[in-house]
Design a binder for this molecule. Structure first.
Ligand SMILES: C[S@@+](CC[C@H](N)C(=O)[O-])C[C@H]1O[C@@H](n2cnc3c(N)ncnc32)[C@H](O)[C@@H]1O
Length: 239
């Protein structure tokens, strides 16, 4: 792998994998906003064949397995894949792979759903990943995913302009232990929507994710903050 081709978030997630795996489910942003949003949008996955892109430590993958789905997952971080293997107790088919490149292990037209939770943000150019997810899906298959909301991301990263796709970084302290500098891409709204349209997808729903009520008691300040400005969005696009 040439240095310039290295996925931007690989080192950070290799370092963070164990802590992310332990903490994400109880964290306001993940457990009380993003997880409920993508699960609601996925709906009933019983009997569905699902590809989980950027599956991390397998939190969504294990949820879907427990709901009766047949799950294949992949992630760029070998540490994350090992944690996903443990969490899913060997029930998911798991691969280390970069979604910015063709996915050799993915059979064409096999999947009912491609799910991706907070992972495609880390790829600047979505052309390859969208054409691979399109290839993976059956006709009528659904691509259900979450990303950072352009509005929340703009306020959080404070990039020089709100237009386009821009490399940004933030120091993450919320997972305990040593701070991790997390690289990412800020994307404007048109940079989220137009690539989906150009790849052939029909956009079925866009959700500005809100915290669930349970966050009010757990962390009233975060509940108030995230009820004012969306931090994540969930989208469903259909092949
Ligand atoms: C915020 S975590 C989300 C993990 C998991 N989907 C979840 O919600 O718990 C982002 C994940 O995307 C993975 N990732 C980042 N860039 C990637 C790439 N180019 N290809 C595949 N996975 C990638 C990271 O390794 C990390 O596990």
């Amino acid at each position: 792998m040439k240095k310039e081709d290295k996925p931007i978030a690989l080192d950070a997630y290799q370092a963070l994998a164990e802590r992310y795996s332990q903490i994400a489910e109880s964290k306001a942003e993940n457990g009380y906003i993003e997880h409920p949003a993508i699960r609601k949008q996925l709906g009933n996955v019983k009997g569905k064949v699902v590809l989980d892109a950027g599956c991390g430590p397998g939190i969504l993958a294990t949820y879907m397995l427990n709901e009766g789905a047949d799950v294949t997952g992949f992630d760029i971080s070998p540490n994350m894949i090992e944690l996903a293997r443990q969490r899913s107790e060997g029930r998911a088919k798991l691969f280390v792979a970069d979604m910015a490149s063709p996915l050799a292990f993915v059979e064409s037209g096999k999947f009912d759903i491609v799910a991706s939770s907070l992972a495609i943000d880390y790829v600047r150019d979505w052309t390859v990943l969208l054409s691979e997810f399109w290839r993976a899906l059956k006709p009528g298959g659904r691509f259900v995913f979450t990303i950072q909301h352009p509005l929340g991301a703009y306020l959080w990263y404070n990039p020089p302009t709100a237009f386009g796709v821009q490399y940004v970084e933030a120091t993450w302290e919320g997972f305990g232990g040593a701070k991790v500098v997390m690289p990412d891409y800020y994307r404007s709204f048109e940079e989220v929507i137009n690539p989906l349209i150009q790849a052939g997808f029909v956009i079925k729903q866009i959700v500005d994710a809100k915290p669930i009520e349970a966050l009010k008691a757990k962390d009233p300040k975060k509940y108030e903050k995230y009820s004012k400005v969306p931090t994540f969005m969930c989208l469903e696009a259909v092949k």
